[in-house]
Design a protein around this ligand. Structure first.
Ligand code: PHE
Length: 339
């Protein structure tokens, strides 16, 4: 019996040297350590061995089994690793190959306009400040010199949340919030969403503005004109002509509307500018001294100017978009065309 066991060990030692694949290793496992393998068979034969010899022989079989299983385990690791390496060698991945159907994200046209405007403004030394879209009436109107029953309220069809809370109709609310908290010099722009109960080809109930405010000593209409001319020429090119027309806003005095020569037809007249050669882009003016006073800034020492861009209108002009609705439908066929 003992010889038989030692014989099994010896042949296992010999045989394992020739095992060179996982399949062969499995056969080896079945042959020696399997349920009806050689070692199990020997254990069964133990019945015929005299009782006193059994413990020693049992121990010997276990020793051989431990040896065989140890060999199998280490060889299995080695062969699996070899197999993996072999597989990897054949499988070169070309990371430079373009993937199928990859969609690249792009900014929405309105965001692109904002980015252009903000880049230009930041380069000119403006700081970017934002404020809430659900706004106190006080910041949207009252402190901007539009008291509750003022007729100028009719200029902006407002969504009221309560008597004292509105969806902001203009980013001018951020002017007041900023002036309330800081002392001049102030030079800010404030981008964001605004809301009015208004809807047609060039108006949407939600739209976007960028407001600018400069407050310092000796600020005049000339500064406003120079800064806006620079900004508009950065955006639309040096050859762009700029026109200032008198206008009215309760929070600026005097007030102007600013037009540029139509970038599409260079002032000749086309469908985008309704054949006028000009596009109306923003409202602006010298900050009304009453507004400065409302924010505890002394109008005898300081003056300022403000301007407000309609960013959707600007986008329609820059990207030649005929209907404002297209900016909000998020139709990918349209968005992909606008570059
Ligand atoms: N807030 C004004 C509007 O929405 C635009 C504006 C801003 C005009 C700043 C003058 C100064 O119509």
């Amino acid at each position: 019996m003992k010889e038989k066991i030692l014989e099994i060990k010896k042949s296992a030692e010999e045989e394992i040297k020739n095992v060179s694949s996982l399949e062969e290793l499995n056969n080896f496992r079945v042959k020696y350590a399997g349920k009806s393998g050689l070692l199990t068979e020997v254990m069964r034969g133990m019945r015929d061995v005299p009782k006193e010899e059994r413990p020693a022989l049992g121990a010997l079989v276990n020793e051989v089994r431990t040896f065989v299983e140890g060999e199998i385990e280490s060889l299995e690791k080695k062969l699996s690793l070899e197999k993996l390496n072999e597989k990897l060698k054949g499988e070169k991945i070309d990371i430079t190959e373009p993937s199928k159907n990859s969609e690249r994200g792009i900014f929405h046209p309105i965001q692109r306009t904002f980015n252009k405007l903000l880049d230009a403004c930041v380069a000119m030394g403006f700081e970017v400040v934002t404020g809430p879209e659900v706004e106190l009436d006080k910041y949207n109107f009252e402190l901007l010199n539009v008291p509750k029953d003022h007729p100028a309220r009719d200029m902006q069809d407002t969504f009221y949340v309560t008597d004292d809370i509105v969806l902001r109709t203009q980013t001018s609310s951020v002017q007041v919030r900023t002036m309330e908290n800081r002392k001049p010099p102030i030079k800010i722009v404030s981008p964001g969403k605004t809301y009015r109960s208004d809807s047609d080809a060039t108006h949407s109930p939600v739209f976007h503005q960028l407001e600018g405010l400069v407050v310092d000593k000796d600020i005049s209409l000339l500064d406003l004109k120079n800064i806006l001319t620079d900004l508009l020429q950065i955006l639309f090119g040096k050859e762009t002509k700029i026109r200032f027309r008198p206008s009215y806003f309760p929070f600026t005095e005097p007030s102007v509307e600013v037009d540029i020569s139509c970038p599409n037809c260079k002032g000749e007249g086309c469908y985008l500018c309704k054949k006028t050669g000009w596009m109306e882009l923003l409202g602006a003016g010298i900050v009304n001294p009453k507004v400065l006073e409302n924010c505890n800034i002394d109008p005898k020492i300081y003056s300022g100017f403000a301007f407000g861009f309609g960013v959707d209108r600007l986008t329609m002009v820059m990207d030649k978009i005929p209907h404002m609705r297209m900016l909000f439908e998020n139709d990918m066929r349209f968005l992909k065309q606008v570059k």
